[in-house]
Design a protein around this ligand. Structure first.
Ligand SMILES: [Zn+2]
Ligand SMILES: [Zn+2]
Length: 211
């Protein structure tokens, strides 16, 4: 498996391109911005983008979808938890920040514990509301990696003051869906540096490992 991280857009959002290098099948987690750039990075590696996985529908995580799919030979399925469909339809809430977004093709519904695949690798979807009602994380047991969107960051957590945010729900999602993972699972967040479950269980002062 190979992972490429691109930091894109007006609020420096991490876009991840993840590939099974045996089959050259790839997925994009949160095409944040500059979709043509994302497509080119995959093309240069010889990867075929088979799906787009969205952690949630804020504009800074979906802003590159339309341009990305336009640059691909076939439109891949886009997966999103249905509780974020309204926000997706609204262009990710971009208007309140002075942007306008084409949110791209209609998403398919993600559910808690749904298994997604990239090549031979399997990821478990975990519904993790708190930052957004339709927020999901994607966890691969075999590779010990998790894509956590805006749920948890290196020494920080997602904001809960935007529409649909809820602090108690965010804490519960982190404790039940992240801190229960093995300590050596690497966390790739929507913003900032990568971290690990063990590091955050000890070093994250916003949500402690136990209440
Ligand atoms: Zn967000
Ligand atoms: Zn974000």
């Amino acid at each position: 498996m190979k992972l490429k991280t691109l930091t894109l857009g007006p609020v420096q959002t991490n876009t991840y391109i993840l590939a099974d290098t045996d089959t050259n099948e790839a997925v994009v987690v949160d095409p944040a911005w500059d979709g043509a750039t994302i497509a080119k990075v995959a093309l240069d590696e010889g990867w075929q983008i088979k799906a787009i996985w969205l952690t949630h529908a804020h504009f800074d995580h979906i802003g590159g979808i339309a341009e990305l799919v336009a640059a691909l030979p076939e439109i891949p399925p886009v997966y999103l938890h249905p509780e974020d469909y309204d926000l997706w339809k609204d262009g990710g809430g971009a208007k309140r920040f002075g942007f306008s977004i084409d949110p791209g093709p209609e998403p398919e519904a993600l559910s808690h514990r749904q298994i997604l695949e990239v090549g031979r690798f399997k990821f478990e979807t975990r519904h993790t509301p708190g930052h957004r009602p339709g927020h999901s994380v994607f966890y691969c047991t075999e590779e010990k990696i998790a894509f956590t969107g805006d749920l948890i960051f290196y020494r920080s957590v997602g904001r809960t003051d935007l529409p649909g945010g809820n602090w108690a729900t965010l804490e519960k999602s982190i404790r039940e869906q992240i801190y229960t993972l093995p300590d050596d699972v690497k966390i790739f967040s929507g913003h900032g540096d990568a971290t690990s479950v063990g590091d955050e269980r000890i070093g994250n002062h916003f949500v402690k490992a136990s209440a």
